[in-house]
Design a protein around this ligand. Structure first.
Ligand code: PHE
Length: 347
């Protein structure tokens, strides 16, 4: 121990008080800098007698080494603290499972629609699209619906609070049948004046709306309209075409069709089409999938065609129903809830 011990103690305390590297460098200057306390001691050596110089010099150097050692220790401690803080702030748990980017998929209704389009497309049918907000004329009048027909009732149909140019109420189409007349008129106009008109063969898949909601009915649902008009198109063509479709759609020949007499104002005769599977979970049960019929002469006239010359059939099938049967789904509402646990099964 000598009189330099307090200096070393002061340095230790000062260094400890420095919380940041820059503060530590300031503290260092106070001891080892140009006019630092150690440096002052060394300068004072010059005034000593030669025999005193050596002993005092050794003392000062020892003190200087102690201060430098304290400084280095503090530097290392501060650097470590900084690293620890940084590691903590940027903590990365490499054992966590990665976040996957979810894969998108097609909705089962879209899949069913695409299948239907592909099958009818392969049989020579065009695929058309029509407006979901329809005029009264196309939804009802053109389809031979009498003014007071219940299909026009507010209980069944969503009306838009707007009238069209003819003064009829706009509606959310309650079926895809208005497209029979829209498409046929465009087709007839395109071939007006020609000696012969190619057959009209089209399907129209799309959204339809009715005031209806339970496990098998949704206010918004999907239909696919089919129309084949020509000079010699009969009900038997409908039967064979629809059987081919059903067999292709369900990928089985173990399926029967039944045409059950029914009524629609725009077809005569009219029939509901039922299917029955010979095996599987639905074996033996008749299931309704479509309305159909021979297009009514008045509707052919509204298409801009001569009913004495042109004849054909139409059908309107439930896409949701077709999707439910194909995928074995019992509640229609699952399609519209957007629950990924359900939807992911179709990806
Ligand atoms: N549009 C009818 C419905 O929605 C179905 C249908 C279409 C019937 C074409 C006959 C012909 O119930």
């Amino acid at each position: 121990m000598n009189d330099l011990a307090p200096l070393v103690q002061d340095a230790e305390a000062d260094f400890a008080a420095a919380a940041l590297p820059a503060e530590l460098e300031d503290a260092k200057a106070r001891y080892l800098g140009k006019s630092g306390r150690i440096t002052e001691q060394l300068k004072a050596l010059g005034a000593l007698a030669p025999d005193e110089k050596k002993a005092r010099g050794a003392q000062i150097n020892a003190a200087k080494q102690q201060v430098e050692a304290l400084l280095n220790a503090r530097r290392a401690a501060l650097a470590q603290a900084e690293l620890d803080a940084q590691l903590k702030a940027e903590a990365l748990d490499v054992t966590l499972p990665g976040r996957r980017r979810g894969t998108g998929g097609l909705h089962p209704i879209t899949r069913a629609r695409m299948r239907i389009e592909e099958i009818f497309g392969s049989m020579g049918f065009d695929v058309a699209d029509g407006p979901e907000i329809e005029t009264d004329w196309y939804s009802f009048t053109a389809l031979n619906n009498p003014e007071n027909h219940p299909a026009r009732s507010m209980q069944d149909t969503f009306y838009v609070d707007l009238k069209d140019a003819d003064g009829g109420w706009l509606n959310l189409r309650p079926h895809t049948s208005p497209m029979q007349v829209r498409y046929a008129r465009a087709h007839a106009a395109r071939h007006a004046g020609a000696a012969t008109m190619p057959d009209i063969r089209v399907i129209v898949p799309g959204r339809t709306y009715r005031v209806d909601s339970d496990a098998t009915h949704s206010p918004m649902f999907h239909q696919v309209e089919g129309l084949w008009i020509g000079e010699n198109v009969s009900f038997k063509d409908l039967k064979s075409l629809y059987l081919n479709f059903v067999q292709a759609y369900f990928e089985t020949t173990d399926v029967e069709l039944r045409f059950r007499p029914s009524y629609f104002p725009f077809t005569e005769p009219s029939a509901e089409i039922d299917v029955r599977f010979g095996s599987g979970p639905l074996e033996g049960r008749w299931l309704e999938i479509s309305g159909s019929g021979q297009v009514h002469p008045q509707v052919v006239r509204n298409m801009g065609l001569d009913p004495e010359r042109y004849i054909g059939f139409a059908f309107g099938s439930g896409i949701d129903r077709l999707a439910m049967l194909r995928y074995g789904i019992s509640d229609l509402r699952l399609f519209f809830e957007g629950d990924l646990r359900f939807l992911a099964q179709f990806v």
